[in-house]
Design a protein around this ligand. Sequence first.
Ligand code: G4P
Length: 526
Amino acid sequence: MSKHQSEVAKRRTFAIISHPDAGKTTITEKVLLFGNALQQAGTVKGKKSGQHAKSDWMQMEKDRGISVTTSVMQFPYNECLVNLLDTPGHEDFSEDTYRTLTAVDSCLMVIDAAKGVEERTIKLMEVTRLRDTPIITFMNKLDRDTRDPIELMDEVEDVLKIACAPITWPIGMGKEFKGVYNLYDDEVILYSTGQGHTIQERRTIQGLDSPELDKELGAYADDFRDEIELVRGASHEFDLEMFLAGELTPVYFGTALGNFGVDHMLDGLTAWAPAPQARETHDRKVEPMEEKFSGFVFKIQANMDPQHRDRIAFLRIVSGKYQKGMKSKHVRIGKEVRFSDALTFMAGDREAVEEASAGDIIGLHNHGSIQIGDTFTQGEDLKFTGIPHFAPELFKRIRLKDPLKQKQLLKGIIQLSEEGAVQVFRPLKNNDLIVGAVGPLQFDVVAQRLKDEYKVEAIYEPISVATARWVDSDDKQKMAEFEKKAYDNLALDGGDNLTYIAPTMVNLSLAQERYPDVNFRSTREH
Ligand code: G4P
């Protein structure tokens, strides 16, 4: 293996998907603790302590104590170099969350074991399905009274349509939580309370039949042995191929707050999660081991540093490596650019990294020439596919306080939509500007940025739009007929693509029934 190949092979790039409050922030803290990136866990989150997360760069995040943006943390674990892409977990999430999932090779799904599968997790799982991303599951909060673990697994299988293979199994829960049993190593790992801020020494008992277990658990030991027999019979066995195909998830149990189980999960992640994967372009598949650099932009973030007005474009390296000062082709505009000061993301900021490999994320300073979906290469005209727009779910009409600045508003909103901050729709029938978002906070961010960057003060008004679908058809005649009939509900998006904006979901299903030859698409590629 060349040096480049071994660098690539040790990368693991993943993101966490979960419902708000399931424990994503807490797990991120503990993961970084194990990655030696934080001296002491507890510095990621600032909600109550007044400290701020490493990822909370934007002022707005600080004000609200939530993470709006996606940031990247890189750290060593076992023999691997792990990239964790943080995603906004709160209610006010956005398309950024969705698109970040296109830049990872696996996901950690965190479930609150007292609550089970929740709505946001269902949505995010749908997005991971676009690329059949492998999923690892962590059942969190075992230090509380949770639901029955077998019932939890059944729910994951039923609702999320993915087979569950428990790797560990919990011994008790809540006050009686004693630890977990690893079904594959035949090892019991014991839990001690009150040590959540540290890396605990592993206390283990080898073998389920060990008399030590009886000492530790008393009369419960035999019940637990029976339970394990039952679990082995009733659950799937771990299967690497099915995991890599996104069909089966290994399941771990623990408590992020108590820092128990997170390391077991990381062991699984580093052992089984895929190294950087190949990515499709319009012409060919690009393999991570290729020597020449290529990558795509999946996110653009404004104002990370309030001192500088420029934006950071996050680029996932697909092949080759980045070196400080290297030249690269910005394929869409056909120009060569020099990466003089790309950002790299070693957590802890211990050193500025001068090199990055396939699987890593780098941040490029963007003065307006980079858009989401842009491809960078070393000369070849490639265009990566699969970086989607998602149909927004929230809509508002945007209007100016000062009507004379209409041109500025249009320019600003189109640029912000190219950047992926929001989506814009212009109805064919009038001069309205409709803004579409996936999460409500996007509206505030856009209004703020229009004011700061384009000097226009905009106000929002409610509008009755339930959803949007990009429309096209192979049948020109049917399409023309549809366009005529549905004219009042058609609009152009920021990239001039024809969109059907449905006043209600019923309208949408009627239109779909009436025009079976027209495709109503809920995602569109950049
Ligand atoms: P999120 O990022 O997914 O939204 O969740 P976060 O980690 O912020 O966790 C949500 C709440 O759940 C936090 O409590 C956190 O302390 C708690 N939590 C996380 N993991 C565990 C666990 O394993 N056991 C228990 N018992 N609680 C857990 P909070 O009161 O909302 O916040 P705070 O106490 O951190 O201020």
